[in-house]
Design a protein around this ligand. Structure first.
Ligand code: SF4
Length: 391
């Protein structure tokens, strides 16, 4: 289950997640959220489900007033079934992470915290228009520990204009020294409509050189795996036993329920999403109406397309049995077609180097990317769809 808390203190220049810059609608939002919980709990979609994870994202969940948290958490636990060992995560921003807030999250039962660090360099944080300094990012990790969180993740960004391989290396060193259980590292993207995207289009910002960005990715992979982190998804690394169970559900194609403005839901056949406007969200729920604003029925081809896109991102790869179930192409036929297009398939664990420079590897009945393939993820996916003649 995903719940979207749509409040940020300030909009970061690269971000296209839905959020608003003030919290004056916080009380109305939580009232509406409680109504949405009731609506969903009474509907057939997920009322009988047992959820393994709850993830509070945003927005900046660590910004909300603590008095709303306990009633929200009690309500959701009362209305839905969660497994005994469920993972309860929330996102925090180092610039909006008061110890009092963290203690409340901990007290009400959250057992995992993801901190949006992004960089340990002040100039890079300023470029990204983050509301915190590198020092505050370090302090945030210490604060999480002091408040009793023993499962902490951090997000990092590489490919920031003016970032150098040296400054990225310094950020990775600091991250490794602080030893969070989970590290995500993403290349900076220029999402249409964001201020950063406009700046780039107007020539005021120059994108990071592609080769440099590739070297940064490789450096991150090398340093984090050497430090004992398992590389289990293209952008995600975890100490043993600390993979994000919530994100793993997205990647393996499990159904999920999303609550809050802009949240998406998926029941294995259909995807639907809530309105991305807090005023409309509140008004609809006040009127007893669903906040869903759109949806789509996924064809078998689209499902397979998605399972391949997601599977190749992960170290476990794409189960060939799944391909066979979705198409009339047998495992052997599929492998023949893949070999015809990409050359020989290696037999190394996904994301590892293959001596013959193969892009794909067959490992434990699944097709995965080698290290060379990982660097060409988009191109490999595109061509694999050609192999199956699906668009
Ligand atoms: S704090 Fe997070 S959600 Fe809010 S604008 Fe920045 S990146 Fe987006």
């Amino acid at each position: 289950m995903y719940v979207h808390f749509p409040f940020c203190r300030h909009k970061c220049c690269y971000c296209d997640f839905y959020s608003v810059g003030t919290r004056d609608k916080e009380a109305a939002f939580f009232e509406a959220l409680h109504q949405e919980i009731d609506l969903q709990a009474a509907s057939e979609d997920f009322s009988e489900s047992t959820f393994a994870t709850l993830y509070i994202g945003g927005g900046t969940p660590s910004l909300v007033s603590p008095q709303f948290l306990a009633p929200f958490f009690r309500h959701i636990l009362a209305k839905f079934n969660f497994s005994q060992d469920a993972e309860f995560s929330f996102e925090a921003n180092p610039g909006a992470m008061l110890r009092d807030h963290l203690k409340v999250f901990k007290q009400v039962g959250f057992n995992r915290l993801t901190i949006g660090v992004q960089s340990f360099q002040d100039d890079e944080l300023a470029f990204l228009s983050r509301i915190h300094s590198a020092r505050e990012a370090v302090q945030a990790i210490h604060a999480a520990r002091e408040c009793g969180f023993d499962n902490v993740g951090i997000d990092l960004i590489f490919g920031i204009p003016a970032q150098t391989i040296k400054s990225w290396q310094a950020t990775l060193h600091t991250a490794i020294r602080l030893a969070p259980e989970h590290i995500s590292m993403y290349g900076l993207t220029y999402e249409a409509g964001t201020p950063l995207w406009r700046q780039e289009r107007e020539g005021r910002v120059q994108k990071c050189d592609e080769e440099l960005e590739r070297d940064m990715l490789l450096l991150g992979m090398e340093m984090l795996t050497e430090a004992g982190y398992e590389h289990y998804e293209i952008s995600n690394f975890a100490l043993p036993g600390f993979r994000s169970r919530h994100n793993s559900k997205y990647w393996d194609g499990s159904p999920y329920l999303g609550l809050g403005p802009s949240a998406h839901s998926f029941d294995a056949k259909r995807r639907w999403w809530n309105v991305d406007d807090i005023d409309v969200y509140v008004a609809k729920l006040q009127a007893g109406q669903s906040p869903v604003s759109g949806g789509e029925l996924l064809s078998r081809h689209t499902r397979l397309h998605e399972l391949i896109l997601l599977g190749l991102r992960c170290a476990q790869g794409v189960d060939l049995q799944v391909v066979q179930n979705y198409t009339d192409i047998s495992e052997n036929e599929f492998l023949d077609r893949v070999t015809g297009l990409f050359g020989d398939v290696a037999r190394v664990a996904p994301f590892q180097e293959s001596h013959d420079n193969a892009l794909l590897t067959l490992w434990r009945g699944s097709l995965g990317l080698t290290r060379a393939g990982l660097l060409l993820y988009d191109a490999v996916c595109k061509n694999i769809f050609g192999v199956m003649a699906i668009n």
